[in-house]
Design a binder for this molecule. Structure first.
Ligand SMILES: [Zn+2]
Ligand SMILES: [Zn+2]
Ligand SMILES: [Zn+2]
Length: 579
């Protein structure tokens, strides 16, 4: 049994090796996902030359929020300085319900079924540069679409964000069912897939596999992946359609080709009179607040975008850097006016004991969580529980998610490089508890006891639906909820005390124990954001973003009550003058 997940080796090629690494792509793919990260890292260190600066200086200062305005998802803001238009984030929108509303309480940083085939505000492909706050889907998910539409300018982000962008883009693009493409596949592989119940791989880029298809054997169609799947007979068909892995890697590489890595606290001259500085936001590794210093003639103006702000609860990351003085701040309000109870500090220990109790009774602990950050945070808690001897060393821990595996590999690479708290930096096993297995449990019977970390809704995937059907009626099972549960998911139904779940037309009784822990949230609450804002004058303009409507209204009232005189709520598409 593999004991630990090992980080990919040689992930950071030296500068001089970088261009040859770039030429070698995509042949490096055969070395696994780490190779794509390695390829990217090398390229960007070499190509991170400063922009050639236009002589024009700023003539105006205005900002427009096109996403995360009155909602949590799709973060996208444009700051216009007259001599350049600067995009802050290019995030995916969460799927809307039939009523056109995002799912209730949609605070997920990995929206359920986010689609990259979404519209972009008209003309944004002509912005001068993009600045990404962090690698969550709701902040980078529309980047492939922007590049597809012809954006070829620099994309600034931290090294850690760029490394995490690779697995995040892979998830988004692999499951992108909606974008219309000109697809090519081989007639023979289509027939073979039908015969052998295999997957047929289709191409939309001129990858090496597509080049091997003889013109007379090629079949083509222009449609979405979903329509192509339907042509195969839908989900009931023996044949399945999937995007070719090489096309996928080529698209990720194309999306990240113009990435320029930046360091916290080191200013970049984006244009004359426009200096941009990334500040540690403590939300996930590499996350940043972004500060724009703009010289409008003799006037100096500072505009700050908070990005998603972390909290003081995570042992993984240092707390966010307090905001510097600024004239205008776009500040997140995921928690609205709410502050957590002090008792949440005790919850991680309670979580470890809840898992230990399930295991001591020979049961299975099922923990649904997101692939980025939450999975690694839980792996760290399981590692602590093993160190505290609460869990046996030989306890199998399953995480059947390729995305979680790839993100964890990136965490392991970043861990000694200064992106984490000192305790994590010094702990080589922080994300590698004993007996960690990034795969589906094999065989008919699960080993008992065991722990299963599961990304996504188990109701969606047939094998997890079946497994849930056998686990829920067992009193020895513990369902451990560690954060936001998407509306309508199994987690959400159980959180609200469902005594039965409908699985494939069968009412399954819930006898399992359900535990819920709110301490693993990656967002600052109202009190923490107040502390973050404490260095900013009461007269500064605060523009609230990244929150549900009700939360935003309540938060605005709370901030006004604190004596803040200029509090606004961003409206989609509305331009705010900041001169
Ligand atoms: Zn977010
Ligand atoms: Zn986030
Ligand atoms: Zn291909």
């Amino acid at each position: 049994m593999p004991k630990k997940s090992m980080p990919p080796t040689n992930v950071f090629p030296r500068q001089c090796e970088a261009l040859s690494a770039r030429r070698a792509f995509p042949r490096q793919r055969q070395h696994g996902p780490g190779a794509l990260i390695a390829w990217w890292m090398g390229v960007t260190f070499c190509l991170a030359a400063p922009l050639s600066l236009d002589a024009a200086t700023p003539t105006k200062l205005a900002a427009t929020s096109f996403g995360a305005a009155g909602e949590v998802s799709g973060s996208l803001h444009v700051l216009d300085t007259g001599n350049g238009r600067w995009m802050i984030d290019c995030g995916a929108m969460a799927e809307k319900s039939p009523a056109g509303q995002p799912p209730a309480g949609a605070t997920a940083d990995e929206p359920q079924s986010p689609s990259v085939a979404q519209s972009l505000p008209p003309g944004v492909e002509a912005v001068s540069a993009v600045f990404l706050t962090h690698a969550h889907a709701d902040h980078l998910g529309r980047l492939p679409l922007l590049v597809d539409r012809g954006f070829a300018g620099p994309i600034y982000m931290t090294e850690a964000t760029a490394a995490l962008a690779v697995p995040m883009l892979r998830v988004l693009l692999r499951f992108d069912q909606d974008t219309v493409r000109h697809w090519t596949w081989s007639k023979q592989s289509w027939e073979q897939a039908e015969r052998d119940r295999r997957t047929v791989y289709v191409h939309w880029r001129n990858c090496r596999r597509r080049q091997k298809i003889a013109p007379e054997a090629a079949e083509q169609a222009t449609c979405s992946m979903q329509e192509l799947g339907a042509r195969c007979g839908g989900s009931a068909a023996r044949r399945k359609v999937a995007l070719c892995g090489e096309c996928l890697d080529e698209q990720i590489a194309a999306t990240l080709r113009n990435v320029r890595p930046v360091k916290y606290g080191v200013a970049t001259d984006a244009a004359p009179g426009v200096r941009v500085t990334f500040l540690d936001a403590g939300h996930i590794p590499g996350s940043a607040s972004i500060q724009f210093d703009v010289a409008l003639g003799a006037k100096k103006r500072r505009v700050l975008f908070s990005g998603d702000l972390g909290n003081h609860l995570s042992p993984l990351l240092p707390a966010p850097r307090a905001a510097p003085e600024a004239d205008a701040v776009f500040v997140e309000a995921t928690y609205g006016p709410i502050s957590r109870k002090a008792s949440v500090r005790e919850q991680p220990a309670a979580f470890r004991h809840a898992v230990a109790e399930a295991v001591a009774h020979g049961g299975i602990a099922w923990i649904p969580c997101f692939a980025l950050e939450r999975t690694q945070r839980i792996l760290y808690e399981l590692h602590l529980a093993q160190r505290e001897k609460l869990l046996p060393d030989r306890l199998p821990i399953y995480c059947p998610s390729p995305a979680a595996r790839e993100v964890t590999d990136v965490y392991n690479v970043l861990r000694p490089r200064g992106w984490f708290s000192l305790a994590i930096t010094a702990d080589a096993d922080a994300f590698s508890p004993q007996e960690m297995r990034f795969r589906t449990p094999s065989g008919k019977r699960l080993p008992r006891p065991c722990v299963i970390l599961h990304t996504g809704d188990p109701l969606v995937v047939p094998w997890t639906r079946r497994l849930l059907g056998t686990l829920l009626p067992e009193p020895s099972t513990s369902i451990v909820l560690v954060g936001y549960q998407t509306a309508g998911s199994a987690g959400e139904l159980l959180l609200h005390g469902a005594t039965k779940l409908d699985l494939d037309g069968q009412a399954i009784p819930v006898r399992a124990k359900v535990h819920c822990f709110s301490c693993f949230s990656g967002h600052a609450d109202a009190t923490e954001i107040d502390a973050w804002l404490s260095g900013i004058s009461k007269q500064a303009t605060l523009i609230l973003v990244h929150g549900d409507r009700e939360q935003l209204l309540a938060r605005a009232a709370q901030l006004r009550g604190q004596g803040r005189t200029h509090v606004m709520i961003a409206k989609p598409g509305e331009t705010i003058a900041l001169e």
